[in-house]
Design a protein around this ligand. Sequence first.
Ligand SMILES: *[C@@H]1O[C@H](CO)[C@@H](O)[C@H](O)[C@H]1NC(C)=O
Ligand SMILES: *[C@@H]1O[C@H](CO)[C@@H](O)[C@H](O)[C@H]1NC(C)=O
Length: 259
Amino acid sequence: MSLLGSISKESVIGTAVLGCAFAAGLWAGSRQSSSHTGFQGAKNTILGSNNVLLQYLLENSLREHPALKKIRLTMEHPYHFMMVACEQAQLMANLAKLIKTKKALEVGVYTGYNTLNMALLLPDDGKVVACDVSEEYANIGKPIWKEAGVEHKIDLRIKEAVQTLDELIAAGEAETFDFAFIDADKESYDHYYEKCLKLIRKGGIIAIDNVLFGGRVLNRTNDICGQVLHDLNQKILRDHRVNMSMLAVGDGLTLVFKL
Ligand SMILES: *[C@@H]1O[C@H](CO)[C@@H](O)[C@H](O)[C@H]1NC(C)=O
Ligand SMILES: *[C@@H]1O[C@H](CO)[C@@H](O)[C@H](O)[C@H]1NC(C)=O
């Protein structure tokens, strides 16, 4: 069975992205075999998915909400590797809670695992603006958002994420968001970073996913996505507007703290 045959072009995060998504998918697809442990989709670029310590870590640290688990288990789709690592989502939830997040941004929704994760921790009048170009996968998560009673906190905007972010800036919402998560097409990562940096307040956090990109940041020959991510990693390291940490969780996670 081919990964490539089972998905329509429009349904990945944007047509320009296909090169990255396919390449990453083929890479990740070859090492997804941890479902027998109950942690379907477990992944870690440094340790490898089948690492026994990673399994130990998951078994001894996950406190996954039943609704989140339900979304995770819907993922028999060949693209389930696009979902955020669950231990990473839990870390982001703890951080978002720590800084008393009321407004969150989600750049790249996929089936809405992390969108739900954010909605669950927000106060009842909080909101998460969730951006994606396709509603196809979000439709898998939507009934579960509703079941969990948090659907009213989710503002799903189906269009190019850059456009949604620009609209928020134009509407005067700069410096009003507390937390942003970037996990969409890699070519646009720099734009997402700059726009999110405008939208979050001082002391707010941007979490950027896939910053190691399965190791592709090491060998950037003929690899646009590896190069884009490497350039952004270097830029953030030197960015005086923020403090930062890069963590070896999932496929690499950079946390940016706005000064
Ligand atoms: C880097 O990637 C290029 C293109 O895919 C490949 O030809 C080359 O062998 C790779 N180099 C290393 C050190 O992996
Ligand atoms: C954060 O950035 C400020 C300003 O550059 C710097 O003074 C401070 O030491 C940094 N904190 C950490 C933990 O890196």
